[in-house]
Design a binder for this molecule. Sequence first.
Ligand SMILES: CC(C)(COP(=O)(O)OP(=O)(O)OC[C@H]1O[C@@H](n2cnc3c(N)ncnc32)[C@H](O)[C@@H]1O)[C@@H](O)C(=O)NCCC(=O)NCCS
Ligand SMILES: Nc1ncnc2c1ncn2[C@@H]1O[C@H](COP(=O)(O)OP(=O)(O)OP(=O)(O)O)[C@@H](O)[C@H]1O
Length: 214
Amino acid sequence: MSSAVSSSPTSSAADAPAMIVLGLTGSIGMGKSTTAGMFRARGVPVHDADAFVHALYGGAAVPLVEAAFPGTTREGAVDRRLLGQRVLGNAPALKQLEEIVHPLVRAGEAAFLERARAEGAPIVVLDIPLLFETGAEARVDRIAVVTTDPAVQRARVLARPGMTEEKFAQILARQMPDVEKRRRADYLIDTGHGLEAARAGVDEILADLVRAGD
Ligand SMILES: CC(C)(COP(=O)(O)OP(=O)(O)OC[C@H]1O[C@@H](n2cnc3c(N)ncnc32)[C@H](O)[C@@H]1O)[C@@H](O)C(=O)NCCC(=O)NCCS
Ligand SMILES: Nc1ncnc2c1ncn2[C@@H]1O[C@H](COP(=O)(O)OP(=O)(O)OP(=O)(O)O)[C@@H](O)[C@H]1O
């Protein structure tokens, strides 16, 4: 794990204590959600962009998605399998979907940050799969990249129900390569050595952030 950090945490109000925003990212199957859960278990508020999208697909995004991709919603909810079939491997369609979804995710993230600030949280985590790809670096103070060996990643992803080699390749093609993400990270969490090792990594990061906030 690298502890090299350059920027200092920022605060929206001059008299309020600074809240440190940690960006958490990683490619498909690297263990991002599991690691985000470890931050949550330590009492750190987490905003999970993938989970937020999934929730939107049972609410605000449904009419927008149905209008753009007719036949991909069922009984008032987006069918992610059908939608995935429509957009994965079709770059313009995926871009169109991202243009619908990403502003809603940004708004949800802003509301989350506002709530966390009001509650006086010292540290929060933004779990953003496309952190580097969408320029979200500018919205976080530090970046942790969840990573492991590509063979482990591959085995994990292909073990998922409904996952195929083709779908995996299509998603990977839309994500910045892991090696580049690692290069840009302030911290690395390797999920290839079990849950305890990853938890220890999470605790080291939190200790470092607490020092940075002092
Ligand atoms: C294509 C969809 C319907 C597939 O749904 P499904 O439940 O099968 O997959 P899930 O959402 O769990 O994502 C699987 C993996 O793909 C990654 N991923 C999702 N969307 C994208 C994307 N636009 N570009 C690159 N990777 C993506 C996720 O981070 C995750 O690692 C869904 O991922 C989606 O709606 N994506 C577009 C919205 C988006 O950009 N989400 C990313 C976070 S804001
Ligand atoms: N530290 C760890 N030790 C062992 N297994 C792990 C660890 N972290 C994650 N895993 C396993 O790896 C798999 C993928 O994890 P997870 O769902 O958290 O990945 P993800 O990066 O959020 O995936 P996606 O981006 O595709 O949603 C799961 O089966 C999970 O149990």
